[in-house]
Design a protein around this ligand. Structure first.
Ligand SMILES: Cc1cc2nc3c(=O)[nH]c(=O)nc-3n(C[C@H](O)[C@H](O)[C@H](O)COP(=O)(O)O)c2cc1C
Length: 183
């Protein structure tokens, strides 16, 4: 696949088939993540791969946390999170993505975001759908404690699976809205 086709063709896929994703395919996708550029070549990303019961147990914890949040602050305060959780529950694979945060640099966060993009692109390249998930932040301290990763920072999650249909193409800003050329 042409690189530009992957960059422009990748979509956030929110409807996935329940079919399992072979482990070697998941490894291939993570390998692409591991080849991302990183601050001082620090490879600050870490991935926790959840499938089966492990995924169900995490999602149960997330649902409990979200329900508690809604009870305390109201439904309007959780935005798209309940909807995202449904996607996480249906996805055959859920990646929890960490930043080892060894130096506390903002750039360590950037490294992990680069890896996440590589993961999404390689997933698309292999015919899988992915969704970058920031809504796990609604259970930030709970997620860190659940996995015992107190020394790391939670960076997000990515759901993976075989797409059930195509993702809608969102309206993107034009280049001239986002770039300035100074000569
Ligand atoms: C940092 C980040 C967090 C996101 N969090 C969520 C999320 O929690 N739930 C969701 O449905 N989509 C989430 N998305 C997906 C965006 O909504 C999506 O990328 C955007 O609408 C553009 O669509 P596209 O990915 O198909 O180009 C997130 C994307 C990014 C980069």
């Amino acid at each position: 696949m042409e690189l530009i086709e992957a960059i422009k063709g990748r979509r956030s896929i929110r409807k996935l088939k329940p079919d399992p994703v072979p482990k070697d395919v998941v490894r291939d996708i993570l390998e692409a993540g591991n080849w991302a550029p990183s601050a001082k070549n620090g490879h600050q990303w870490r991935f926790t791969v959840l499938t089966g019961m492990a995924k169900d147990d995490y999602n149960s914890m997330f649902r409990k946390t979200l329900d508690g949040f809604i009870e305390k602050y109201g439904r309007d305060e959780v935005g798209s999170a309940p909807w995202t959780l449904e996607i996480m529950e249906k996805a055959p694979v859920l990646l929890i993505v960490w930043n080892t945060n060894e130096n506390g640099w903002a750039t360590e966060e950037h490294s992990v975001a680069a890896a996440m993009q590589n993961v999404c692109l390689r997933a698309y390249d292999l015919g899988l759908g992915s969704l970058w998930i920031g809504d796990v932040f609604y259970a930030y301290p709970e997620t860190v404690a659940y996995f015992g990763k107190e020394k790391w920072k939670l960076c997000g999650a990515i759901s993976l699976g075989y797409p059930d249909g195509e993702g809608a193409v969102p309206k993107k800003k034009t280049l001239d809205e986002v770039a300035e050329f100074l000569e």
